[in-house]
Design a protein around this ligand. Structure first.
Ligand code: AMP
Length: 236
């Protein structure tokens, strides 16, 4: 296991290479990606953040993606490739990057493989895909229990981290809201979409020797230590 204390080698100078975090919505890839980005000094690239950002800015892509996202379905592959390609060539990706929420379909994984084959500098460590496995009922509770404060952005969970007063933010008392795609019916649809369209990627990456599997049903710190070990094993 890799120590989570400050690393002896300066990880922020090393070439980490491409990392994909693969798991169902609610498995915790987002927070894990954030920790990794801080540890390695490479960017977290989350399509689940980029798309809402386009929606909020009213871009053509955002308009086309909005209704699809609200139904818990996947945005068509072709809409995403340009967005992801533009992001991956930015200067901050030169030592590596963490993809969170992409790829989610076999065509997206094939597209990424061919992008990496054409664009990765020689000697860059090969892609590592970290898979988070979490039980279905746990995911349902993590997602459908999530509430956020529209004023300060603080996140609560009615099952695991309830506010002191029901439905009110602990910080400013604002009434908490449920994200449209965290409504229970939409969550069930997002999980079904994952099983149908994204789960086949586990086999895709296993066959190519890229997969590292992690039990995501444990405390955040334990999961994180395993993620660091998976990324650093044999390359640092
Ligand atoms: P997330 O919060 O990561 O589950 O993403 C929110 C929504 O954005 C998803 O339900 C999809 O509609 C869309 N989305 C994010 N990433 C992708 C992707 N790689 N392929 C297709 N749609 C995506």
């Amino acid at each position: 296991m890799v120590s989570m204390a400050a690393p002896r080698v300066d990880l922020k100078l090393r070439v980490i290479g491409p990392v994909v975090l693969l798991g169902p919505p609610g498995a915790g890839q987002g927070p894990q990606a954030k920790e990794m980005a801080a540890r390695y000094g490479i960017p977290q690239i989350s399509t689940g953040h980029i798309l809402p950002h386009h929606r909020d800015r009213g871009t053509e892509l955002g308009k086309r993606a909005q209704a699809i996202m609200e139904r818990g379905e996947l945005v068509p592959d072709q809409l995403l490739f340009d967005v992801v390609a533009c992001r991956l060539v930015q200067a901050d990706c030169c030592r590596g990057f963490i993809l969170d929420g992409f790829p989610r379909t076999t065509p997206q994984a094939e597209w990424l493989d061919s992008w990496l084959a054409k664009n990765l500098a020689q000697g860059t460590p090969a892609l590592v895909v970290v898979r988070f496995a979490v039980a279905y009922n746990e995911l349902l509770r993590r997602l459908s229990g999530r509430r956020s404060c529209p004023a300060c952005g603080r996140i609560f969970n009615v099952y695991f981290q309830p506010p002191r007063v029901a439905d009110a933010c602990d910080v400013d008392g604002t009434k908490l809201v449920t994200r449209k795609d965290d409504a229970e019916a939409v969550v069930a649809e997002r999980l079904k979409t994952y099983e149908r369209q994204t789960l086949p990627l586990v086999e895709y990456y296993r066959q190519r020797g890229r997969l590292r599997e992690i039990d995501g049903d444990r405390a955040v710190g334990q999961v994180m230590a395993d993620v660091f070990a998976a990324v650093e094993h044999g390359r640092l």
